[in-house]
Design a protein around this ligand. Structure first.
Ligand code: GUN
Length: 283
């Protein structure tokens, strides 16, 4: 069997088309959707992510306000900026790019973002609502993974789903979304005793570990669906996922490529959250 490739690029383009229509409708009602992006320091990967988020936003009519701060920025300085953005009625969404430099208290900063502008879905209020099954803003990468799973056409109800990775950005919200879709969910992580055995049982595998080709293709249960969140850059510049792609593709029924799978979905879902926030402002 060779797996169907779940084309995140095409799916994201479709979602962005829908978001663009809704942006236009907001503008017609006098509300220009606006995303404030905060980047502290000069981490090259974060600079690339932020640039592509801002570029996509501008392409579909969302105003992107760029706030670049030096690597020496303190927690208090960042809190002051977040407070100003919270108070600015023209700002619909606030994104503080992670990771922050070590002297910045990321928890305090995430907590300071107005939950109604938390388009990343990282605020405890939004994480709590997700847990209750009444989400407001869902973290963008897990939201994108769910859309790709829906496209794969597999019935999640009763399926065994394995999420590898327990980050607040991906693993934990992903597990919650799968639970609410009635899957039987296992969360594996660095202390999991026998990852191969867990993978071998899973109908759906979501790999979000951040380690190059860590999930071996031969572990995949024949016919399983594989969602690869990993984005690991090789010395030659190529991007490679957390799953050994060629071997996994030979066993799975559907798989996301890297690049062109989950990555484009994350940005599209972010802009979807921004337009949601703007629609609430438009009333
Ligand atoms: N760093 C890695 N992924 C993300 C994300 O989705 N949002 C933010 N703010 N920072 C990130």
């Amino acid at each position: 069997m060779s797996a169907r490739r779940l084309d995140g690029k095409a799916r994201a383009a479709r979602l962005l088309g829908e978001v663009e229509q809704r942006v236009r409708a907001c503008i017609e009602r006098g509300v220009r959707p606006c995303l404030a992006v905060v980047l502290v320091g000069d981490d090259p990967a974060s600079q690339v992510y932020v640039r592509s988020k801002e570029k996509r936003a501008a392409e579909i009519g969302i105003e992107a306000r760029d706030h670049r701060l030096p690597a020496t920025t303190t927690t208090d300085e960042l809190l002051a900026l977040v407070a100003a953005l919270n108070a600015d009625r023209a700002v619909d969404g606030i994104l503080v790019q992670m990771p922050l430099p070590p002297q910045c208290d990321a928890q305090r900063i995430l907590l300071a973002v107005d939950p109604a502008k938390d388009v990343d879905g990282f605020h405890p209020d939004n994480l709590g609502r997700l847990m209750l099954g009444q989400p407001r803003f869902v973290a963008c990468t897990p939201q994108g993974c769910m859309l790709l799973l829906a496209d794969a056409g597999i019935a999640l109800a009763g399926a065994r789903a394995l999420v590898i990775g327990r980050s607040t950005i991906v693993g934990k919200p992903m597990a919650q979304l799968l639970v609410h879709a009635d899957a039987t969910v296992t969360v594996a992580h660095s202390r999991t005793r026998d990852l191969a055995a867990e993978v071998a049982q899973a109908d759906v595998v979501v790999a979000a570990i951040g380690r190059l080709e860590f999930v071996r293709g031969e572990w995949i249960k024949p016919g399983a669906v594989v969602i690869d969140v990993g984005m690991n850059r090789l010395a030659d510049g190529r991007l490679v996922g957390d799953v050994e792609f060629a071997a996994a593709e030979a066993r799975a029924s559907a798989i996301t490529p890297v690049p062109g799978g989950v990555g484009p979905m994350t940005i599209a879902c972010l802009l979807n959250n921004v337009v949601l926030a703007a629609e609430r402002r438009a009333g």
